[in-house]
Design a protein around this ligand. Structure first.
Ligand code: NCD
Length: 325
C-alpha cells in the first residue's frame, strides 16, 4: 500500500490546490465558533504526529503544531539532534524507523535535501501507514509554504481570476531559497502565470527549476534590476539571503544585496493592485515602514499557514469532508 505524503511541490496540481484552498477557507470559517472548534477537535483525534524540526523554525513549526491541536491530533516534538540518539551515531535510517513506531505522521524540517524522500520510501515499505510532510528540506524545497503563498495570492486576486494569469516576481537568494524553488514549481499549474526572477548573478535560480518551467511552458525571465521588474509584477515576493548555507568562501559577503531590497519609494512604481509578499523571517530587504500598507501581505501569509497546514493534514488522511455547517 502506498501512503499519502506531501514531500515536493512537484505533486501540486490545480485540482489539488483548489481543493486544499477551499478546505483551508472552510476550516477558518468553522473555527470562528466554539461549537465549530469543538467539532474540529474530533476530526483527527485518533492521529499522532511528530514534529522533527532540526533546523530553526518559528512560524512553520508553530502553525503545524497548532493545526494539530485544532484538529485534535496529538503531537511529539524533536527540535535538537544533539538530544537524540543521532548524537550517539545512530543512522538516519534507524532514526526514521524508530519514529514510525510511535506516530502516524512525520513532519520534517532538516538540512538534508534527501532525508524526507528517504523517509517516505521507507514508510511505504511498512505494514502500518506513516505519512510524511516536507516542512523544509535544506536548500531544496518547502512545498507547504508554496501552498500557503498561493492561498494568500488566490484570496487577494479572487476578483480578477486568482493566481492564473498573474506575473510573480521572485526576488533575492533564488539559488538557495527553498520557498521560491517550491513556489516556482507550483506556479506551473496556473494557466497564464509568469515568473520574473530577480537576483544577483551569484544567486540565480538553479537549472533544475528552469528546466521544469520550460517543460511546463511557463514563461519566465531573469532580471538583474529590481526597478525594471517592479512595474511589471502583480506579486513582488521578497526573500532574505540564505547565508546559513555559505561555504568557507562566505558567498554572501561577496555580494552586495542592497539592490535586492525593497524601499518605501518603490511602492509608487507598483501596479495598482499588486502586492508584496515574503515568507519571513525578513532582514533589511523588507523595511518595516511598509508593514501598514494594504499591499503588504506577509502577515496574512503567516495567518494562512495555520489554515492551509490544517487542510493538508486533513487531506493526508482523507478527512476532507467536514460535516459541520
Ligand atoms: C523560510 C524557510 O525556512 O525556508 N521560512 C519559513 O518557513 N517561512 C524562509 C527563510 O528562512 O528565509
Amino acid at each position: 500500500m502506498h501512503n499519502q505524503h506531501f514531500v515536493s511541490a512537484q505533486q501540486i496540481t490545480k485540482e489539488m490546490f483548489d481543493r486544499y484552498y477551499r478546505l483551508a477557507l472552510k476550516l477558518k470559517k468553522i473555527s470562528q465558533t466554539e461549537q465549530g472548534r469543538r467539532y474540529l477537535l474530533t476530526t483527527l483525534e485518533d492521529k499522532r504526529a511528530l514534529l522533527y524540526f532540526v533546523q530553526p523554525s518559528s512560524r512553520t513549526v508553530l502553525s503545524f503544531q497548532n493545526a494539530c491541536y485544532l484538529l485534535g491530533a496529538k503531537v511529539s516534538e524533536i527540535r535538537d539532534v544533539s538530544l537524540t540518539s543521532e548524537a550517539k551515531g545512530e543512522s538516519n535510517h534507524d532514526t526514521l524507523r524508530t519514529f514510525a513506531a510511535y506516530v502516524d505522521l512525520l513532519i520534517v524540517r532538516h538540512k538534508s535535501e534527501t532525508l524526507v524522500h528517504e523517509a517516505s520510501r521507507l514508510y511505504d515499505t511498512l505494514k502500518y501507514p506513516v505519512n510524511v510532510v516536507n516542512a523544509g528540506s535544506g536548500t531544496d524545497e518547502h512545498p507547504t509554504q508554496a501552498m500557503l503563498d498561493l492561498m494568500t495570492m488566490e484570496e487577494h486576486f479572487a476578483p480578477s481570476g486568482g493566481v492564473s494569469g498573474k506575473t510573480i516576481c521572485l526576488v533575492g537568494d533564488l539559488k538557495r531559497g527553498r520557498t521560491v524553488r517550491s513556489l516556482s514549481l507550483a506556479l506551473r499549474v496556473f494557466p497564464g502565470a509568469k515568473i520574473i526572477f530577480v537576483s544577483p548573478e551569484a544567486f540565480s535560480p538553479r537549472d533544475d527549476i528552469l528546466t521544469e518551467l520550460k517543460k511546463a511552458n511557463l514563461p519566465f525571465s531573469i532580471e538583474r534590476n529590481l526597478q525594471v521588474a517592479i512595474p511589471q509584477a502583480d506579486v513582488i515576493y521578497m526573500t532574505r539571503i540564505q547565508d546559513e548555507y555559505d561555504g568557507k568562501a562566505g558567498e554572501s559577503s561577496q555580494v552586495d544585496m542592497r539592490a535586492y531590497s525593497l524601499k518605501a519609494e518603490d511602492l509608487k512604481n507598483m501596479r495598482p493592485n499588486a502586492v508584496i509578499m515574503h515568507p519571513l523571517p525578513r532582514r533589511e530587504e523588507l523595511p518595516t515602514t511598509i508593514d501598514h500598507d494594504p499591499r503588504a501581505l506577509y502577515w496574512k501569509q503567516k495567518d494562512n499557514g495555520l489554515w492551509m497546514r490544517g487542510a493538508i493534514l486533513l487531506s493526508l488522511w482523507g478527512r476532507e469532508n467536514l460535516n459541520f455547517e
